[in-house]
Design a binder for this molecule. Structure first.
Ligand code: FAD
Length: 429
């Protein structure tokens, strides 16, 4: 049988997933990546000054990332991750007052409802109003929600300021990386359904054990190559030539490809509009993006408590103790990203002192990573415009976290798009 050849453009998680599933099915996958590394927006690097592997930003997976978990099983990389047995997150208020949110060891979904009932960051009547919303979640109409932003939805549901600040904001900013006013209530309720209604483990948190590149990309690369695929680095796709509704040539910075059956593009929307001429009538929407700031902090002596913490009412959203250093995450960070490093670190010092009673003098070093186009903003306007993966061009399939997966801009969306792209090709005769 003739082996079918697929060029996959982009070596982020969408491209890696598509290539791995194609390789599994004996298709010849050639992955072209413009940078010298894999992982796209999910990567790590060795910081020579501190001799530490740093992530471009802490990434959190959840038990409801079913596509990602399947992909990790395929490439045999599950052991690169820590899996919670039950949901457990420690939130912190000023003065190092720790308020846990834990699911209880009882039958699902009672385990989560009881966990919320015991969440002491909010008063009892707020907890009840929160539970009321959870009980309504399965029954909301998508049509109604797609006309609202999260703020409007929460006000409709009479959620107090306290419950918004100490629960909904933390969930929304973590999952959508944007403000209540910009994000669609529909996609938010869809996420709540996935986290809280798709099984006992769906709400648990999964964290990489190693740097992101080692946790995700090393095994993916090995799997693709061991199964007959190839990966080409530092090669940029420049132009797709289309004749009679088919791509006939792929021009890259290094050569021109003509010998292929299918193309999968797994690059961001703005990068795709550079290689695909508008006249081919594939509508690529113009996304707005949100910034994520990651601040890596070294202490003279790491006496910081183990694990990770969500902060209530602070410009810092999460602190992860990585052992060698702390990784502080600030989402929806457009405004803060425009500040100087000196101003940012002053703010960080004051917040860690307020929240963790940490003496700022023990901070010995820091690194700030600003990811300006970390995720697209899931507004009601843009959600309708996300394109389908199958296109009018017969041998072109789109992938990437931004295509119409129904999910926000996450690893799960990227991986799902890659798996679907491969399936579409495998099902084409
Ligand atoms: C700091 C940060 C924190 C995040 N935290 C989380 C989190 O906690 N949980 C979560 O689920 N998600 C998180 N995300 C989002 C997640 O990283 C992305 O959704 C996901 O990585 C997108 O993958 P992708 O393959 O669709 O795109 P990308 O990762 O952008 O990959 C696209 C690839 O295509 C390459 N490329 C572009 N143009 C060309 C070209 N012309 N030719 C060849 N190659 C090209 C790029 O170099 C890149 O490698 C975070 C993102 C950031 C930045």
């Amino acid at each position: 049988m003739i082996q079918r050849k697929v060029i996959v453009i982009g070596g982020g998680l969408a491209g890696l997933t598509a290539s791995a599933y194609l390789a599994k099915n004996n298709y010849k996958a050639t992955l072209i990546e413009s940078s010298p590394k894999l992982g796209g927006r999910t990567y790590s690097f060795l910081d020579k000054e501190t001799n530490t592997v740093l992530d471009n930003g802490q990434h959190i997976l959840m038990g409801c990332y079913f596509e990602t978990l399947n992909f990790l099983s395929l490439i045999q990389a599950k052991e690169n991750f820590y899996f919670q047995k039950r949901l457990e997150v420690n939130f912190v208020k000023e003065g190092f007052r720790v308020v846990p949110l834990k699911s209880l060891p009882v039958i699902y979904p009672l385990n989560l409802l009881l966990g919320v009932l015991r969440y002491k960051a909010i008063n009892f009547s707020d907890r009840l109003s929160l539970i009321k919303v959870f009980l309504k979640v399965p029954f909301y109409s998508s049509n109604k929600l797609s006309g609202m932003n999260i703020k409007e939805w929460l006000e409709n549901e009479n959620q107090s300021k306290n419950v918004q600040d100490a629960f909904w904001r933390i969930l929304a900013i973590g999952a959508l990386n944007t403000s209540f006013k910009k994000a669609s209530a529909k996609i938010f309720v869809d996420i709540i359904r996935q986290i809280f209604l798709t099984g006992k483990k769906a709400a648990t948190i999964i964290l990489p054990k190693f740097g992101l590149t080692e946790s995700f990309c090393r095994d993916a690369e090995e799997y693709i190559i061991n199964n007959g695929g190839e990966i080409l680095f530092s090669e940029t796709a420049l132009k797709l030539v289309i004749k009679d509704d088919r791509i006939t040539e792929v021009h890259t910075s290094n050569r021109v490809y003509t010998d292929f059956d299918f193309i999968i593009t797994a690059i961001p929307a703005f990068a795709l509009s550079r290689v695909l001429d508008e006249k081919y009538q594939i509508k690529i929407p113009e996304f707005n993006y949100s910034t994520i700031l990651n601040i890596h902090l070294w202490l003279k002596e790491n006496s910081f408590p183990k694990g990770f913490f969500g902060l209530i009412n602070s410009p810092l959203h999460w602190v992860f103790n990585k052992g060698t250093h702390l990784n502080i995450v600030i989402s929806d960070a457009e405004e803060l990203a425009s500040k100087s490093d000196e101003d940012l670190i002053l703010m960080v010092k004051s917040e860690v002192q307020k929240f963790f009673l940490l003496n700022p003098d023990i901070i010995s070093n820091y690194k700030i990573i600003k990811e300006k186009r970390a995720t697209f903003i899931p507004s009601n306007y843009i959600l309708d415009k996300r394109p389908q993966q199958k296109t009018k061009i017969k041998n072109l399939i789109l992938a990437g976290d931004w295509v119409d997966t129904g999910l926000p801009s996450t690893i799960e969306s990227a991986v799902k798009s890659g798996r679907v792209a491969a399936d579409l090709i495998l099902n084409m005769k």
